[in-house]
Design a protein around this ligand. Structure first.
Ligand code: ATP
Length: 336
């Protein structure tokens, strides 16, 4: 890399500021220099700027092509629309990548889980097209296009090729939503034909959930529309130790944002209790994305060694280390 890399830093709401500063501490300890530009989004942005997603924040991410983001709170049922959805759509961050991996030393239902979820990020029921037809009747519109479905399928197969993955399973409900999920499935199958070395199959979403709970190791990569991807991601996080360990990236043609799967966890906000590992692992994905793969691997190894040793475990994994203590312990491993 030449010059200093710039990135946008969004602390977010709830536990966001705590896990973001923990992650910055760990990234600094790798020796990779990223000059962070702090911007706001979410409830904090409403308080400071009067809008949940200020233009200045969008401009900063567009210019830097890179952001590390804490979770932002989305009010349920009313209030402002999801900042995550708005960001992903406005910046066309169409691919949501969520690796799901068993971690050493973490008590969970399964060992040896190693799968990657690729979720379409811009359409489906997240189109935001909802209206009241007559009082008591609401329509919510699911939008599936050939363009977006082909684009996400191409992303998934290219990812599989680059990362040595062997099999992609498209997840759908085309037996009921014959047109929309049928189109998604057709696009996936067409792209699959260009990648003969990668095994391709498909599965109905309800059966997929059952199979995942019975034995997640039978999957390699899952390719999903937006809503199924959201739900199945949380299910998969639960299979390997919970939301505190689940990282994610939103990737587009001109940039990417990195954020954990979990939300703002208002129940534990401000208490220095949150597990920062999900965002720290998202930070490792950020390092890979900017070409600092060795540093990304070092972060993952430091997290694994911390979990294996079991001394500085965060509260959600049965330990008593605070958010900052977990970060410090990982940073110390990186510097030594
Ligand atoms: P939001 O509305 O922002 O999605 P939420 O509380 O509905 O917030 P999450 O934030 O994902 O959803 O939290 C779900 C549960 O998981 C909460 O009990 C929360 O405390 C816990 N949790 C989420 N993230 C973490 C974390 N990083 N460390 C520890 N516990 C977490």
């Amino acid at each position: 890399m030449t010059g200093i890399r710039k990135g946008t830093l969004i602390a977010g709401d709830g536990i966001g500021p705590e896990v973001v500063s923990a992650t910055v501490r760990v990234l600094e300890a790798t020796g990779v220099v990223i000059e962070w530009e702090a911007e706001v989004a979410g409830a904090m942005a409403i308080a400071l700027e009067g809008t949940p997603l200020p233009q200045k924040t969008l401009d900063s991410i567009r210019t830097n092509g890179l952001a590390l983001k804490g979770p932002t709170t989305t009010p349920i049922g009313s209030g402002h629309a999801s900042i995550n959805v708005a960001l992903r759509k406005t910046l066309d961050l169409y691919a949501n990548v969520r690796p799901v991996k068993s971690m050493p030393g973490v008590k969970s239902r399964y060992d040896h889980v190693d799968l990657v979820i690729v979720r379409e990020n811009t359409e489906d029921l997240y189109s935001g097209l909802e209206h009241i037809v007559v009082p008591g009747v609401v329509e919510s519109i699911k939008v599936i296009t050939e363009k977006a479905s082909t684009r996400i399928a191409k992303f998934a197969f290219a990812y599989a090729r680059e990362n040595g993955r062997k099999r992609i399973t498209a997840v759908h409900k085309a037996n009921i939503m014959k047109l929309s999920d049928g189109l998604f499935l057709d696009c996936c199958a067409r792209v699959a034909a260009d990648y003969p070395e990668i095994k391709y199959d498909d599965i109905i979403v309800d059966n997929c959930c059952m199979q995942l709970v019975l034995d997640p190791t039978r999957f390699d990569m899952l390719l999903l529309e937006n809503l199924y991807g959201d739900i199945v991601s949380d299910l998969c996080a639960g299979l390997v130790g919970g939301l505190g360990l689940a990282p994610g990236a939103n990737i587009g043609e001109r940039g990417a944002t990195f954020e954990a799967v979990h939300g703002s966890a208002p129940d534990i906000a401000g208490m220095n209790l949150a597990n920062p590992i999900a965002l720290i692992l998202s930070g490792a994905m950020l390092l890979d994305y900017i070409g600092e793969n060795a540093a990304g691997t070092r972060v993952r190894n430091a997290v694994s060694s911390l979990l294996m040793e079991g001394k500085h475990l965060p509260h959600d994994l049965g330990g008593s280390a605070s958010t900052s203590e977990v970060a410090e312990a990982i940073a110390t491993r990186l510097s030594s």
